[in-house]
Design a protein around this ligand. Structure first.
Ligand code: ASP
Ligand code: MG
Length: 372
């Protein structure tokens, strides 16, 4: 089942009518065929009011008790929202942070998420339920209730999206997306349809209020696509904040290795390679550094073949499968033997005989770099 995580901020659930509006939006997403997991904030100004109450009772309230207190705000909204969704005919269940498996460190009022074990959420989704999670809270390893810092519901949503393998994570609020400048100040600011996570991170760190900086940083680290949308806008036309997929922009060659074919167990020959830098040992070959391969006399195996790697450098967390296929296809069409290929988060690597490296570089550059 495809899962979408939606976050609703405090102003989206500020009163009964708004809770019903959010419930309708959740049900619409479910009817579009998705499993829906919601991270909800406390209603309106609840968190501030609870904090004010604490300060009226005690001059220096302890952080543990503050967490016990403010975590209640999200428990109220989660339960009410779950009731409203269920009334629309979509069975829902609410879970606290603890019940959702959001494990944090012990730092009360600004805890960090250290693990997410969403077993109960997964079971409820499999039962066909909409899951409403209390945002902004977790549980420490010693079973204390913790909170994640102000605005922490965004973090809950991103962490759940990652743990559940969600398609994307919607951040639903009063504003309908990210603008080129604050539209309340700059009337001709334009709404951006898409943004890269790199840009979003830079924006959030430099004061843009639409996105919580810690949550964007987490999404950036985990490669989670975000959508900033207005709760009121059922069409969901907001700003998509995508995983950066920059095309490869450089191709380079490393050519300082020798491939030594070995018949039988490579371990028998390894002692003869003392003093040589071994790059890797395969079941039928050893790849060594050319620079200190000199004493051929003691070597009783087959003569080594100079090899090289053509590397297409692509930044961004995901190497594109189509790039890999295109490059392999071009090398194959040229009847160029690829000894080994590798896709790493920052690069695509093709190992070829040294004699072929110029042609391989031209082909990889032609298909991936010049092409993009
Ligand atoms: N209710 C909490 C706060 O006001 C968490 C959140 O809004 O995300 O900080
Ligand atoms: Mg709030």
């Amino acid at each position: 089942m495809k899962v979408v995580v939606q976050k609703y901020g405090g102003s989206s659930v500020a009163d009964v009518e708004k809770i019903h509006e959010v419930a309708r939006r959740i049900v619409a997403t479910r009817e579009a065929g998705y499993g829906v997991v919601v991270a909800v904030s406390a209603m309106g100004n609840t968190t501030n009011e609870l904090l004010r109450l604490a300060r009226n009772v005690s001059r220096a309230p302890g952080r543990r008790e503050l967490d016990m207190l403010v975590s209640v705000g999200e428990r109220i909204s989660m339960a009410l929202l779950s009731m409203a969704v269920t009334d629309l005919g979509a069975p829902a269940v609410s879970f606290t942070g603890s019940q959702s498996g959001i494990i944090t460190d012990e730092a009360h009022t600004s805890a960090r998420i250290v693990a997410v074990r969403p077993h109960r959420i997964q079971a409820a989704l499999e039962d066909g339920k909409v899951v409403i999670v209390a945002g902004f809270q977790g549980v420490s390893r010693d079973k204390e209730v913790t909170t994640l810092g102000r605005g922490g519901t965004d973090l809950t949503a991103v962490a759940l999206a990652a743990a559940l393998g969600a398609e994307w994570c919607e951040i639903c609020s009063d504003v309908d997306g990210v603008y080129s400048a604050d539209p309340r100040v700059v009337p001709d600011a334009i709404k951006l349809d898409t943004l890269s996570l790199d840009e979003a991170l830079a924006l959030a760190r430099n004061g843009a209020r639409v996105l919580q900086a810690d949550a964007v940083a987490l999404a950036h680290r985990l490669g989670i696509e975000l959508q900033a949308v207005a709760t009121r806008d059922a069409s969901g036309n907001g700003t998509r904040i995508q995983v950066n997929q920059l095309p490869p922009r450089f191709a380079a060659v490393t050519s300082d290795t020798l491939l030594v074919r070995v018949s039988g167990d490579p371990r028998a020959l390894l002692p003869q390679l003392a003093g040589v830098d071994i790059r890797r040992v395969e079941t039928d070959a050893v790849v060594v550094d050319t620079r200190n391969w000199h004493d051929q006399e003691i070597w009783s195996g087959a003569p080594p073949t100079p090899i090289a790697q053509v590397v297409a450098v692509a930044t961004g967390p995901h190497v594109q499968t189509m790039d890999l296929l295109a490059a392999l296809g071009a090398l194959e069409a040229a009847e160029l033997a690829v000894l080994r290929w590798e896709a790493a988060p920052d690069s695509l690597r093709f190992e070829v005989a040294h004699a072929d490296v110029g042609q391989a570089l031209r082909l990889v550059h032609g298909t991936l770099v010049a092409h993009s």
